[in-house]
Write a protein that binds this ligand. Structure first.
Ligand code: GLU
Length: 297
């Protein structure tokens, strides 16, 4: 049993990422679980552009006063593990482009667009012809099963599981596969992460159960947004820990802005916060945890 924080090393951690990291850490520690950090660096083109970002993220977590257990897992070192897991599932080759899927699919469901099954029943001849034009992605056959999860804040969330991609058509394992395999093999039982992934949770939970893993409990937490209500991004100004510190804020001030945004009493450090939530566990159910946080910048 464990919790985890799983950043994608595409840019330095900003206030929203730091808040999610703090929450992942405090929910795990409050439940007396180990807390792992996993670097989700599947997309090597994006990572290659800034290879040092993952280490900077780890330094930023430590600067904030967060610690973690065991070695840091890096997804880029585990492609064989993901491919082996995919090979145990019923799958088919899919040749659709994004545009074709958008044209054939229903409206997006929250953050994702269910695959309409276009390539689910191609004949051998059709497949051979398509292979000459495009390399295939590999989709799992989920047969539109309904699957539900329980989220600490959102409650019961049930979705239809579409035939989602396990292996992308550039050969890289897909995020939905890697996250489930890693959580399963690491014994992760508590998943704390941004609310943008709530809609993906039922299919990930379904995949976990198909692969024989324990389905984790979920805590989807509010995302940081700018004044316009859009997800916080680097272009919004000084929003990373490093930028804020370069602009003269000390780490205690940045830490306080995170706990203020949650409506939590002032504490000197994550360690002090842990002592506090052990005495007042109701703080962990504060409604503001799951609400978007508008950052003034
Ligand atoms: N790597 C994802 C992100 O940075 C999080 C995935 C997860 O926690 O399941 O948004």
């Amino acid at each position: 049993m464990a919790g985890r924080f799983a950043p994608s090393p595409t840019s330095d951690l900003h206030l929203g990422n730091l808040r999610t990291a703090l929450l992942a850490w405090v929910y795990a520690r409050a439940a007396a679980l180990p807390c792992y950090v996993r670097i989700e660096d599947l997309d090597q083109c994006r990572i290659a552009a800034a290879p040092e970002i993952a280490n900077r993220q780890l330094e930023d977590l430590a600067t904030l006063g967060l610690d973690w257990d065991g070695p840091v897992l890096r997804q880029s070192e585990r492609f064989d593990v993901y491919r082996a897991a995919a090979a145990t599932l019923p799958t088919y080759e899919c040749f659709c482009t994004r545009r074709e899927i958008a044209a054939a699919a229903q409206a997006p469901h929250g953050s994702y667009r269910p695959y309409p099954g276009t390539c689910a029943h191609l004949s051998v001849a059709e497949r051979d012809a398509k292979r000459r034009i495009r390399p295939p992605a590999i989709r799992v056959r989920a047969a539109a099963v309904r699957f539900g999860i329980r989220d600490r804040f959102a409650g019961a969330v049930t979705r239809t599981v579409d035939d989602f991609v396990l292996i992308r058509n550039d050969g890289l394992p897909a995020y939905n596969l890697a996250v489930v395999v890693d959580d399963g093999l690491q014994g992760v039982t508590q998943v704390t992460r941004g609310a943008d992934l709530l809609d993906s949770a039922p299919r990930q939970a379904w995949l976990a159960s198909r692969l024989g893993f324990t389905v984790p409990s979920y805590i989807h937490v509010g995302m940081a947004v700018n004044q316009a209500g859009d997800r916080l991004a680097k272009r919004d100004g000084a929003v990373t820990l490093r930028d804020l510190m370069a602009a003269g804020q000390d780490v205690a001030t940045v830490y306080r802005s995170l706990t203020d945004s949650l409506g939590w009493p002032e504490t000197a450090s994550p360690r002090d916060l842990l002592t506090l939530v052990r005495k007042q566990p109701e703080l962990l159910d504060a409604p503001r945890v799951s609400k978007p946080w508008t950052v003034a910048c």
